[in-house]
Design a protein around this ligand. Structure first.
Ligand SMILES: *Cc1c(COP(=O)(O)O)cnc(C)c1O
Length: 381
């Protein structure tokens, strides 16, 4: 259950981030892999939840590591005061690896060329190596791994510190997919090759949220958990019995409420026409805030303890809900999604209505939505 936090009357559209739920999720997930370290992945503004407060809470909850995609994200964490172990993994030529070393950010080399760029920064870096075990995305693939290992032997001889080797799953949210076993096998081969070249791999890691929840064999030395820390399933169809609480609740105040007769077209293109006299409520959130227009005609909201349909085309700044005969006034709070415990729609439902995954629903939010962070310890902060 999420506590109801007081919301300032000045807020028009906001996403409340329940840091207590986040903290609890981190603890629950860490307990699933007691022998591994936990990396809380906070890339993309902590999946839309707000980088600095989420990162701080992750550390408080005992996350050993934070993980981000880009070096800029890592430096933003340092600027926000974070000092713990921190890894990033996505860089293009020209990245400021000297700044990474200066700020004690560990970087990832996904190819011999990239390792060369890291070494050229003229600082003694702490570097991890990424092997593509079958995702077909980033990481050294096939023979390139052999070249990367050779380059790493030279780099460590020159003073670079190799602190980890890692890879990423393609199909971990389908636990029975044969790619999972194949990738794990390939990963161990890659580590063996590294050892055969005389290098200690440091931290070996492979598991994302889905693998953390379903594949203990993949936990190794560290697990990288993103979506599950925010209380959302990697895939709603993925079987699991892990008790997580969704962290984000998306709310707004009704900007207008009006009674309309039967037969009234609603919003652009009249894709909805009222069947009877009803009350319409105007929600000041639209695709400018990252809500998918594709959810038009398919999504629901929650007003005064009732589920109400979103009707008519979702616009740039706003959408309309059909309140029926509910007594509602301008300024009343409408919830688009939340934990679901009270019956309100969830981010997973919005994902289904939008033809996407919950990752994109929360990460894509922005525009004029304000993020509020609440905790039973400190209220809004
Ligand atoms: C985003 C990401 C993760 C976290 O994935 P989730 O499915 O959100 O747990 C882990 N590792 C890497 C390399 C990533 O890019």
């Amino acid at each position: 259950m999420t506590a109801t936090h007081p919301q300032p009357a000045s807020l028009q559209a906001w996403a409340d981030v329940d840091l207590d739920a986040y903290r609890e999720n981190i603890r629950t997930l860490a307990a699933l892999a007691p022998d591994a370290q936990l990396m809380a992945v906070v890339k993309a503004n902590a999946y839309g939840h707000g980088l600095a407060p989420v990162a701080r809470t992750a550390r408080e909850a005992g996350a050993d590591w934070l993980g981000v995609a880009t070096l800029d994200e890592a430096l933003a964490l340092r600027a926000a005061g974070d000092e713990g172990p921190l890894l990033c993994w996505l860089a293009t030529p020209g990245a400021d690896f000297a700044a990474a070393a200066r700020h004690d950010v560990e970087v990832t080399a996904s190819s011999p060329e990239q390792l060369g760029e890291i070494l050229a920064a003229d600082a003694l870096p702490r570097v991890q190596l990424k092997v593509d075990t079958g995702l077909g995305r980033n990481g050294a693939f096939g023979d390139q791994w052999t070249d990367l290992v050779a380059a790493a032997v030279r780099a460590t001889a020159g003073g670079a510190q190799l602190t980890g080797v890692w890879s990423h799953f393609a199909c971990a949210d389908e636990p029975d997919h044969p790619a999972n076993d194949a990738q794990e096998t390939r990963f161990h081969e890659a580590v063996d090759e590294l050892r055969a070249a005389g290098l200690e791999p440091g931290l070996r890691h492979l598991a994302n949220s889905a693998a953390l929840m379903t594949r203990p064999s993949s936990h190794l030395d560290l697990v990288r958990a993103g979506i599950a820390t925010f209380g959302l399933p990697p895939d709603p169809a993925m079987p699991h019995d892990v008790d997580l609480t969704p962290v984000m609740t998306l709310r707004a105040r009704l900007a207008a409420v009006k009674r309309v007769p039967a037969g009234q077209g609603v919003s652009y293109g009249y894709r909805h026409v009222t069947e009877r006299e009803t009350t319409l409520g105007l929600v000041p959130i639209g695709y400018g805030e990252g809500v998918h227009r594709a959810a038009t005609g398919r999504a629901h909201a929650w007003v005064h303890g009732h589920r109400v349909p979103v009707v008519g085309t979702i616009c740039m700044d706003q959408m309309v809900v059909d309140l029926g005969d509910l007594p509602a006034e301008r300024g009343d709070v409408v919830t688009l999604f939340g934990p679901g415990a009270g019956g309100e729609p969830t981010a997973v439902e919005w994902a289904e209505a939008s033809g996407t995954i919950a990752y994109e629903v929360v990460t894509g939010l922005g525009g004029r939505i304000q993020l509020t962070h609440s905790s039973d310890h400190g209220g809004i902060r």
